[in-house]
Each structure stands twice: as C-alpha cells, then as structure tokens.
Design a protein around this ligand. Structure first.
Ligand code: BGC
Length: 767
C-alpha cells in the first residue's frame, strides 16, 4: 500500500517526483473522454520507467491466441485495444541538453488531476547537468465536449540562463503494446502529411484494418506574443514532427499550445479522415486553449450536478469517491452504442480493453442513476447488436437453435478469452446480461425496450440455459455440471448455486417478458417469434419445467446454500487463519493449491443474494454472509462492494464501512500493488454502489425509490445526486436527518426507512 497522494476534495495531487512511483501515477492521473484516453505520460522525453499509453475507443487488434495446448472451441484471438499514436510528445532540448526528468535534478514537482474541471496539470522546476534551470507548467485534457480533441498548454521559463531551445512537437505512431502475444507491432503507416504548423499521421491496424488519423497543430508564444515559427518538418516511418528553435533570454517565458485530434474509420469514410482531422484541428486552434478548457470545465460541472457524492468529515473518502466517479465518466459517456467499458478503461493494457460481465453487473447501476437513460440503454444495445455473435459463440460449443452464449471477454461480440475454465465454463456472465435488462426496466420503466430488443436477447439466453442443464435421474432435478462461478478459485464444479440460480431466473424472466410483450403487442411478439423461430409451446414448457425443477445445493445443518456440490468436502479454513505472508493467494500459492482450497476470490453465493435479495429474509442472508465472508479473500476488486451492500442491509455498519474502504482508495493507495498496470475502472462503479445502495440503502421496488440509510461513524454527512424517471434528486444523510431535494417539477414518492413520503421540492425526515 502507498500513501503518497495528497488528500484533497477535488484534486488528486502528487508532490515531489519519485521515478519509482511514476508508472503508478501515470495510471492514476489518466485522462479520457469516452472516445479516447491516455495515461499521464510526460510531454517531454522521459528515459525512466514508463508505460506509454494512448487509446482510441473501439480500435482493436485480434492478437493471435497463445496457449500451450489448443482445445476445440478456443477463440482464435484475444482482442486488444491498441496502444495508439502518442500525440502529446514535445521534445525539448536546451542548447544541447535534452529535458528529461529522469536525468535532470528535479527541484520541485507537482502533478494535479483536477476532477472538477477535467484536466491534468504538472508544475516542476528542473536543473540540467549544466546547471541551467527551467520552470515548467503544463496543462492538458481530452475534451468531453469535442471528444476527438485533446489540447496541451506547455509553459517553460528560462530561470537562470539565455540559450537556444529546440522544440519538436510530434506524433509518434511507432508504438507497441506491452501485452502483445508475439512482440509484434500492430500498426502500419498509411500516410503522413506536414503543412506549416500542422502534422498528420494516418495509421492502419494490421488485420482489423481500422484507420486512425492523428493530427496536431502547434503554436508558440514568447512572453505572450505569438511568434511565427517556421517549423521544419520531420518525417520518419510512423512519425511526424514539427521542429523549431527559439532563442530564450533569462526570464523569458515560452508557451507551446498543441491541439490534437484522433479520427477513425469507425466514424468517417477513410478518404475523409485527413480532411476531418484538419477541420477538427483548425476549429480547436481557432477556439484556443482557454476557450476549450472553459468548455471542458463547464461540461464537467454539469456532469457533477448529476453524479456527485459529497462526503463531509472525511477528506480521504471524499477524494476517493470523486476519483471513482470521475474515472468512470472519463471511460464511458454512453454516446456511442458500439463502445463499452473495459476493466482498465483508457489507463492501461491489462484485460485487453475488452468488455466483461463487469459492465452489466457493476456499471449499469451507476450509469442508471447518474446519467441520462440513453447511456444505459446504449450499454444494453451493445449486447443486443452482438446477439448473432453470441449465438455463433454458443454454436461453436455445440449449442443449437438460437441458443446464445455471450462472451466472457469481447470487443466485437466474439469470445476472446482462451482459458477453458473461463471461456467454456464461466457461463454465469450470460445471466448478468439478462439481469441488466431487468435492472434497466425496473429503474426506468422503459418497457418498450423489452419488445424492441430485450426479449430477443432473453430468448437466446434462456435457450442456452435450457440446453446447458441436464436432468439428473439420481437427484430428480435439473443440474448444471462443469462450470466456474464468479469465484474463479475453483473450476469445473457441479451445481454452482449462483449459476443455477441465475440460469433459472433468466428462464423465468424470459417467460414473464414474453407474456408481457404478447399481451401488450401481440403483433410484435408474433413477428419476433417468427424471426427467432420460436416454438412457443414446447420451448416455454421446457423452460418452466426447468425453473420448477432446478437443483440448488444447500446444507441443512449449516442453513446455507452451497457454492457448489463439493464445497463442503474442502478443508474448511478461515481467511483469518491464513498467515499474512500467504496473501494475496494468487501471488503466493500454486494454482493447484488455490483450486483445492475453500478460499473464495470474490462474492459468489453472495452475488446471488445481492441480485435476488427480495427472495430471502435477513436471517438466511445473515447465515450465508457469516459463512462465506470469512472464507473470501476479495482478490477481485469486484468483491468488497457486494459485501459492503449486504453488510449494510444486515445493519452491520462497521463492516459495511470496512468493505467500502477496500474499494474506494484501491488505486489511489495502490492497495493491491498493481495500479501501475492501470486503474480498476469497473470496480469503481462498485464503490459508488457501496455508498448509494449500501450506506443509503437505495433500491427500486415496484417503481418506487426506497432508502434505508445510515451514516458511517467517521462522516458528518454524505449526499448524492441521482436521476430517476425524469426527476433529479439530491439525497443528504446526516447524523440526525435525511433530506431529499427534488429538483424536478413534479412530485415524487419515496419510501424512507419503511415509511412512504411524497416530495414536492424538499423533504426532511428524522428516521
Ligand atoms: C474477475 C472477473 C472480472 C474480471 C475483469 C477477474 O479478476 O474475477 O469477475 O470479470 O477480473 O474485471
């Protein structure tokens, strides 16, 4: 665990430069706007340890699968969001000395991520070997109002010298992915062009053939006056640069403005890329840095109005929750239904930038409450559009008749994950996709989604489950063999309670939705049934039979559901009995030892309690929680939030808060020693859930918002904004009262701690 980030309510601040922490900071201070993003690499050259990272959403490469022993059904490739052209580069040479913070003496240094206004700032004073000192102040951002634009202001003051300074403002496309399977570079050059103060580089991805044109323009000012630099063009393979030199006198201030754009063939005809990039750059430069920054800041103010959580009395917690919300919105804005949320967002390469079940299980609740409805709808449409591929995925594994198995990891709907125990067995992901449809409709009441898209997806998923189970003559029940539950620390188990539960629920829900659509729009239902060749009578009967006769492993003595048939055969040891030196297990134990142990990576049975809480009373929840939590090592960042919410439901405020702490500063304090790989973006939504669904106990029941709040002991109050069916509410929980402000025109009914209230504009209750 690290503790070098300064606590501040709106800013993430690093003071003093420690090269050992640089890769961690590069992740933490990342920027993004949903369309493109980047790690917080330095503009000037840096020869120390760094992970260069620039990403363009949706642009990926199918990196050929690498496994020791090929098994039928393995995906051919693992799609990767590519490290793309570096557009921030400003190479600075003073006399004949290159400015490089790794080799200079860094006299002072400060890096600030301003979350309120959405920009990254860096200030430092550095001394070169010759004793020349420069003071630098840089600001940059990826615009969320014009999401193909990035901008930099780089100010440099010659503190104690007069000298010629050489600048190269460049785009470097000669980059590679650190996680490349065969050490291959994924980009080829298509063209490059340099005109006056603009440079363009168009690259194409190998195999997938995405073209991305990256353009820059550069302006240079000396002591505030625009100097008409004659840039000398520099072209190399996959590289364009604008070189110039300026004579500085001691005390002179040099300002470099750099505007950049990334435009891709995903959004424009290839032959228009250069023209579009040029138009973007021209517009950005004409507006100027300050205007763009003002637009950026105004847009973030609006975002915060919908989504902020204010915590009084605990700056570390306040900073952390804002950081989580900020990074989520930097990753996904919901404007484009072709995009999704990779577990590392634009902050690193791990997980390939692809889509996991994390989106449906964890991110959907966040976006439902904090962003316009279309944002979540787009996340659902993403899967709807990939239904054909999900059917193909299932066919590859031997399923038929339109059964759909959504991939565990994907970029375009095809499965990319190539560990058999996950690809073939971690099929519970299919359930999360159905659950997200349910969650969306429960929250928004947008039933039209069901008839237009949802039902078709649900039928494909229900068909899959109905083929994946088998009748056990021994148990006289339907069973599901050879699966991996959310707990990836055991594989190939039989009757994982969570998987059986969500499978049966999916079939039940598909039946209910079919009834609803049929009743409300029989014609639409008939059309859809024809498209998917539904044999209504036979298929529905089978689904219902499976729902009624599903097997759920349970231990009557302990009064708990069993994670899987063989779970109690395992030696039962508690996490508290493990020596500290053995943790984390995934770094210290052999995989074999982990698989045979009773230790649970992340919520599994408890994930089912979270999704289906209304089915179980608190007594049975408590028994299961008390049994499973002490066996859970939380080695997935997705785990603690579910425990926080359930602990809160059980009134265990202390433990709810402890679990919350584990997620909220996970990356800021580098708890798991892995922040340098990138941030845990999807689990950040879990942090939000811990506050809103945990501490505030927010639920939607029968179209009505319910709250069952408590205030963590350390806090004076917390408040959050949510949107619900056209209303924008601010909910504030303090020691003595709960106050809800209704910012919308119409009244809204809510239930607080079991009592119904109607809120016109402002309501205060003392629960
Ligand atoms: C977790 C999965 C998750 C994936 C991506 C894994 O470590 O076990 O549940 O989907 O990470 O976040």
């Amino acid at each position: 665990m690290k503790n070098y980030i300064q606590k501040n309510e709106w800013n993430i601040i690093e003071e003093d430069f420690d090269p050992h922490l640089n890769k961690i900071s590069e992740s933490i201070f990342s920027l993004g706007n949903g369309r493109m993003g980047q790690r917080a690499n330095f503009e000037e050259h840096y020869s120390g340890e760094t992970l260069q990272g620039n990403y363009v959403a949706g642009v990926y490469y199918p990196d050929k699968t690498r496994v020791g022993w090929w098994k039928n059904g393995y995906p051919e490739y693992f799609a990767k969001v590519l490290n793309a052209a570096n557009w921030i580069g400003l190479d600075i040479t003073i006399g004949d000395e290159r400015l490089d913070l790794f080799t200079c003496k860094v006299i002072n240094f400060k890096r600030i991520l301003n979350m309120q206004s959405g920009y990254l700032e860096r200030l430092f004073t550095a001394e070169l070997k010759s004793g020349k000192q420069v003071q630098v102040n840089t600001k940059r951002f990826c615009s969320i109002t014009s999401d193909e634009i990035g901008a930099i202001r780089y100010e440099l003051i010659a503190l104690n010298f007069s000298e010629t300074i050489h600048i190269n403002s460049f785009v470097d496309g000669d980059v590679k992915n650190q996680d490349s399977n065969y050490d291959e570079k994924f980009w080829e050059e298509v063209s490059s062009e340099i005109t006056d103060d603009e440079a363009y580089l168009t690259l194409k991805t190998k195999k997938t053939g995405f073209d991305v044109c990256t353009g820059i323009s550069t302006q240079i000012l000396l002591n505030g006056e625009n100097i008409n630099s004659d840039f000398e063009p520099e072209k190399k393979e996959k590289f364009v640069g604008l070189r110039t030199s300026v004579n500085l006198n001691q005390g002179d201030a040099l300002t470099i403005f750099k505007f950049a754009t990334n435009v891709s063939s995903e959004n424009y005809e290839r032959e228009h890329l250069l023209k579009t990039a040029n138009a973007n750059i021209t517009e950005a430069a004409a507006k100027g840095f300050e205007t763009l920054l003002k637009e950026q800041s105004d847009a973030w103010v609006e975002k915060w109005k919908e989504s902020d959580i204010v915590i009084e009395g605990d700056i570390a917690a306040q900073q952390a929750i804002r950081f989580n919300i900020f990074q989520l919105f930097q990753t996904y804005t919901g404007k484009d239904a072709r995009l999704n949320i990779g577990p590392k967002g634009f902050t690193g390469e791990k997980y390939g930038g692809s889509t996991y079940w994390d989106t449906e299980a964890y991110c959907v609740p966040f976006y439902l409450a904090t962003a316009p409805q279309e944002v979540t709808r787009n996340l659902l449409l993403y899967r709807y559009k990939q239904l054909d591929k999900a059917i193909e995925n299932a066919e590859k594994l031997g399923f038929k008749n339109g059964a759909a198995l959504y991939p565990m990891v994907t970029m375009n709907g095809e499965e990319c994950h190539n560990e058999w125990e996950i690809t073939f067995e971690e099929i519970h992901r299919n359930g999360a996709i159905a659950y997200a449809i349910f969650n969306y409709v429960r929250y928004t009441n947008d039933e039209s989604y069901l008839k237009d898209y949802g039902l078709e997806v649900l039928i494909g998923i229900a068909r899959f489950w109905s083929q994946r189970v088998n009748w056990s003559a021994d148990k006289q029940k339907y069973v599901m063999l050879g699966v991996t539950g959310p707990n990836e620390y055991e594989n190939n188990v039989n009757n994982n309670w969570y998987t059986n539960t969500i499978a049966a629920w999916c079939m039940q829900y598909a039946l209910e939705v079919a009834e609803l659509v049929k009743a409300n729009d029989p014609q639409k239902f008939a059309e859809m049934a024809k498209i998917v060749s539904l044999d209504e009578a036979a298929e529905f009967e089978l689904w219902q039979k499976i729902v009624d006769n599903m097997y759920y492993p349970e231990d009557e003595n302990l009064g708990v559901f069993l994670q899987q048939d063989g779970y109690l055969d395992k030696e039962q040891i508690l996490v508290s009995e493990l020596p500290a030196a053995d943790r984390p297990l995934n770094q210290k134990w052999s995989w074999d030892r982990i698989l045979r142990s009773c230790f649970i990576k992340q919520a599994d049975v408890l994930q089912g309690f979270y999704f289906f809480e209304d089915r179980f009373d608190d007594e049975i929840l408590r028994r299961n929680f008390d049994f499973y939590e002490p066996r859970t090592v939380h080695e997935s960042s997705l785990s603690p939030c579910v425990h926080a919410i359930l602990a809160a439901k059980l009134g265990d405020e202390k433990r709810a808060y402890e679990f919350y702490l584990r997620t909220s500063r996970l990356d800021l304090d580098d708890y798991n020693n892995d922040t340098e790989d990138g941030l845990h973006i999807t689990s950040m939504a879990g942090t939000w859930m811990s506050v809103v669904e945990g501490f505030a106990g927010m639920r939607v029941r029968n179209g009505v918002l319910h709250f069952n709040p408590f205030l963590p002991e350390k806090w004076n109050s917390f408040s959050f904004n949510i949107s619900f069916r056209g209303a924008v509410l601010n909910v504030r929980v303090s020691k003595e009262k709960v106050r809800i402000i209704n910012h919308s025109e119409s009244d809204i009914s809510v239930v607080i701690s079991g009592k119904q209230h109607t809120i016109q504009s402002d309501l205060t209750v003392m629960p």
